[in-house]
Design a protein around this ligand. Structure first.
Ligand code: ADP
Length: 282
């Protein structure tokens, strides 16, 4: 396994704004998904430093994160599959399969939690995203939002204060990244500003493929806009930001050198941690 990253190694949105890796939303931009935007968009919510400090963004392999919990994009059997599910089962080892088998599956739009076993993360939250249905976008969105909300509830129930999400449903399950990112960000913001929001210290969004990197770069500023001080920095802060950036680049290169190629087609491997079958909705 490559270098492990802890919560403090992962750049917060506040830092990414300072480093100009994220930029303020353009005037008139809407947080609604591009493909379903009916007309004039909803308003961008007010900026919050506390929220921007508590959300992180990183591109890489979620199995290398040493956080309290990582969220897997599982299927209803919970018995492993391709994509991120396969990577998590391989890294966690066979005990994970045994614990998952005892859980008896999980409905779409919900999640279950297990131990992390061979992973650096203490817990794994297995969220079952929907297979995207272009004929029923609302249902797909409700189920995807449910995955994020239930995963955060489970994290709180199990005392997990730092949680990383993979881009649920955007792989084999075909959810367009431009629609999945705003659904995920809306659910995360709602949870962090809700009654149990202060029980989570950091939510990390983990991207893997460029399409998700691009979708999050576009939609993050619409859900977590920069506060004024993120955009005006002192010389000292500029130096610190440059140092952090150099460290992150070195770490990202170390992680990237260990990464498998990003999947470009359906996985074709088999076995308990093998092919993830599309499963029809209930
Ligand atoms: P789903 O069937 O829910 O679409 P996939 O595993 O096919 O699940 O894809 C979910 C997301 O996980 C995709 O965006 C994919 O690029 C990403 N992914 C695949 N492997 C990893 C990994 N090791 N770490 C983080 N994300 C990953």
């Amino acid at each position: 396994m490559g270098q492990l990253l802890t919560a403090s190694d992962i750049p917060s949105l506040s830092l990414l704004y300072k480093l100009r890796k994220l930029s303020a939303p353009s005037p008139g931009a809407s947080p609604l998904p591009t493909t379903t935007r009916p007309g004039p968009g909803a308003d961008v919510p007010p900026p919050s430093k506390s929220l921007n400090d508590r959300v992180g963004l990183i591109r890489g392999d979620i199995t290398t994160l040493k956080l309290d919990a990582i969220v897997n994009a599982a299927n209803r059997s919970l018995l492993g599959g391709g994509g991120v599910d396969g990577a998590i089962h391989r890294a966690a080892g066979p005990e994970l399969y045994d614990e998952c088998r005892a859980l008896g599956g999980c409905p779409t739009g919900s999640a279950k939690i297990t131990n992390g076993y061979g992973l650096p993360a203490r817990k794994i939250i297995h969220a079952v995203g929907p297979v995207y249905d272009p004929l029923d976008h609302d249902k797909s969105e409700r189920l995807l939002t449910g995955c994020y909300t239930r995963s955060l509830e489970l994290a709180v129930e199990h005392g997990c204060r730092t949680v990383a999400f993979s881009a649920i449903s955007t792989g084999v399950y075909g959810y367009p990244s431009q629609d999945a990112a705003p659904a995920a960000l809306g659910a995360i913001r709602k949870f962090l500003t809700g009654p149990d929001g202060d029980k989570i210290d950091k939510v990390v969004i983990v991207t893997f493929e460029m399409k998700d990197v691009e979708a999050y770069n576009e939609f993050i500023p619409l859900f977590f806009p920069p506060v004024a001080e993120d955009e005006t920095t002192t010389d000292n802060e500029e130096d610190e930001a440059r140092e952090t950036e150099a460290k992150l680049t070195a770490e990202a290169e170390a992680v990237a050198s260990e990464l498998p190629s990003a999947p470009t087609s359906d996985p074709s491997d088999t076995g308990p941690a093998g092919k993830k079958q599309r499963q029809g909705e209930d």
